[in-house]
Structures are given as C-alpha cells and as structure tokens.
Ligand binder design. Structure first.
Ligand code: SF4
Length: 384
C-alpha cells in the first residue's frame, strides 16, 4: 500500500494531509495486549473462536482459556502495576443481559450498543475513568449475534436524534463507542466490521444509523465494507503538538494520523465527523484549535462533497473520575481543580465540574464562528 492506494485522488492535497495519509498507511496504531483471557462461554462461540484466531495470528503468546466464566482477579503489586496489567489485558467474554438492554444516550444517539467495554489507550482525561468498576481491562463480547439481535429489536424505536435539523434521515441511531474505542481493538476482534456490514446490508423497515468515535487510525479493514452510508465514523481530535491537549493522550494514533484516516473513509463514501474533545481552553487555545480546523479542511480539501459533522465537548470531570485519574496519572499536568470550575448537577445528585458560564459562552461562540468560517461543510450537531 502507498500514497497511490485505490481511492486516493491524483490531485495533490495539502502537504500536511499527504504526510498524514502516508503515515496512516505505513504504520497504523495497533494495540498488542500482553495477555488474552477467554471465558469458557466465550470460547464456545464462533465469534469468540475467531477472536482467539486473530490474537494468535497477531503473535500474542499468552492466550488463556479459562474453565469458567469468571475472570481471575487482576492485581499488580500496587495501583500502578494493577493499572498497567489491566490495560495490557484483553478479556473475551459473553455479554451480561444488562449489556443487551440498550440505554438511550443523548445527544449522541438514540441507543448505546456495546460491542466491548474498556479501552487500551491511556488518555489522562479518559471519560471511562469513574464510569467502569474495577481495573481497566478491555472486555470484548464474543456473543456478537446476540448483541446485534438486541440492536435489531430497537430499530424504529427512539428516533429522537433524527428530529435534529442536521440529522434527518439517520433514523434510529446506535452509538458503539460509549464504553470503548471500537477501532482500537478491531484488528483483534472484527466486531466493528461485522456490525457495519450487518447495518449496511439488511433490509430495514426504517432507517438505521450506526456511529462510533475513535482516536485510532487503522481503517483499512473498513474501507471496502458494504456500509451503505449508514455508519458515521467520527474522529476524536484535539489541538495537536507538544503544547496541545493531544499530549494527554497515550497509546492512540496521533491527531494527524487520525485525519489521514478520516480522509480515507470519506473517500470510501462513509459519512464522517469530528468529535472535538475534550476542548481545553488553555493559553493560545484559539490558535491551536484554529490550526486543527485548518488541518481538517486540508485533509478533506479534494474529497468531493464530504458528509461531515462536528460535535464539540468541553473538558469536564466528576469527583469520582478525578480521583481515579489522579490515581492512574499522579503526575498529570491536566487541570482538574474544582475551584476553577462551575458545578453542574445531574440525575441522582451526580456532580460534574465544567468550565464557568463565561468561559463556556466564549468557547461556544468561537467554535460556532470558526467552524462556519474554516469548515463550512461541517454541520455542528451539539456543543456541550
Ligand atoms: Fe478513554 Fe477514548 Fe482515550 Fe480510550 S481513546 S483511553 S476511551 S479517552
């Protein structure tokens, strides 16, 4: 594969975009777990066995077939070691019935659909911290047909998001990246490609939209799928470089590599999007995010009529996520000071620390204006 790969136009895009494409073609970011644990029920399923075969082909030596369905406790010598061990572990399990009872997930989608739970990357602001109990093991569901059946029964229900003026026609939407980065583990699971093809090839009684967001770039397995334009792939992006918010992201593809992947998917006819998150308005933030929007425009410059959306999410944390993240990343430079934030109260007395109203208003106005100016094809779905 190379810059002349099928689907790439002959006319040259901007220099930064070419670099990104070459990088993403050469060395997509692939997670290599140190161990894979497979529960007995998972090993009994065709998809579970296919995942084991993929792990063997990837050269993972330590694949343990468990006798039962309980995962052994993962403990290192201290909290750091436990974290490192969990992040280096892929567990192949069957889903709990609760995972197949889909929950509404506004504003992103009508329903949350979990193909896996947990993520191997190391983002210092990870929104999963504090949401998932126990050490951060990545668990993939081997009973994929059951998960997809649960999805099928929800088609035609919900539809709240499609009433948004920018989302007419999407139908019932399913978000598969609430609790994982599905592309980051796809080379070992194949679950995402199977789901995209499932949604793309069935004769649905009403429109259906699949969505996920990712910080990875290994999109080659997705390019030729029969997606039928029903899957929107959003890339989670942030201001790049050593001073940008990207420095808080470990184990992910770099932002410019993600933009190369965005371009390839747009050329393959996928609806695409940006999840600009978490926006951190530190010193010089306007220049940094302006450069990001310009890089996106360069990457898509010669893509004919891209179907592009944007979701803008400012940085926030909860007391629980702060505690977990400071345990995982004790030397982080990320500002998580409740005294500098406003408090937002949600359901069940939950608390979120967000930027103060004047900061939110300034950031919102800037993104609304600059998206319009620098990326006029992008439809802003929401700012939060
Ligand atoms: Fe968390 Fe997403 Fe980073 Fe994974 S890629 S660690 S899910 S923020």
């Amino acid at each position: 594969d190379g810059p002349s790969a099928p689907g790439l136009p002959a006319s040259a895009p901007a220099a930064g975009a070419v670099e990104a494409i070459e990088d993403s073609l050469r060395s997509p970011r692939r997670w290599q777990p140190k161990q894979v644990l497979v529960t007995a029920s998972a090993a009994d399923t065709p998809h579970g066995r296919a995942i084991v075969a993929r792990c063997e082909a990837a050269g993972i030596d330590r694949i343990e077939l468990l006798r039962a369905d309980r995962l052994p406790p993962l403990r290192g010598g201290d909290e750091r070691a436990t974290y490192a061990l969990a992040k280096a572990t892929l567990a192949v399990v069957t889903s709990a019935p609760s995972a197949r009872r889909l929950a509404p997930i506004p504003p992103s989608a009508d329903w949350r659909l979990d193909l896996a739970v947990g993520c191997p990357a190391h983002c210092q602001y990870c929104y999963l911290a504090g949401s998932l109990a126990g050490p951060p093991v990545t668990r993939v569901f081997a009973d994929l047909p059951d998960v997809l059946s649960a999805m099928d029964t929800h088609v035609g229900r919900g539809g709240v998001t499609s009433t948004s003026r920018h989302r007419a026609g999407e139908g019932t939407t399913f978000e598969v990246s609430c609790y994982t980065d599905p592309l980051g583990i796809e080379h070992l699971t194949g679950s995402l490609a199977a789901t995209i093809a499932h949604v793309g090839t069935r004769d649905w009684p009403s429109p259906v939209g699949l969505r996920f967001t990712t910080k990875f770039d290994d999109v080659a397995p997705l390019l030729d799928l029969p997606h039928a334009g029903r899957t929107r792939v959003r890339f989670s992006v942030n201001s790049a470089g050593p001073a940008g918010a990207e420095r808080f992201e470990g184990g992910t593809a770099r932002v410019r590599e993600r933009l190369g992947a965005l371009r390839r998917l747009a050329l393959a006819g996928y609806p695409v999007g940006l999840t600009i998150a978490p926006v951190i308005p530190g010193p010089g933030w306007q220049d940094a995010y302006g450069a990001l929007l310009d890089d996106v425009a360069s990457a898509l410059r010669d893509v004919p009529d891209p179907d592009l959306t944007a979701e803008v999410i400012t940085h926030r944390f909860t007391p629980k996520s702060r505690e977990v993240l400071l345990g995982w990343y004790p030397r982080t430079q990320l500002e998580m000071d409740p005294a500098q934030r406003a408090t937002k109260r949600g359901k069940y007395a939950s608390i979120k620390h967000v930027y103060t109203p004047p900061v939110m208003a300034e950031v919102r106005a800037w993104f609304e204006r600059e998206l319009e100016r620098r990326l006029p094809t992008a439809r802003l779905l929401y700012f939060t």
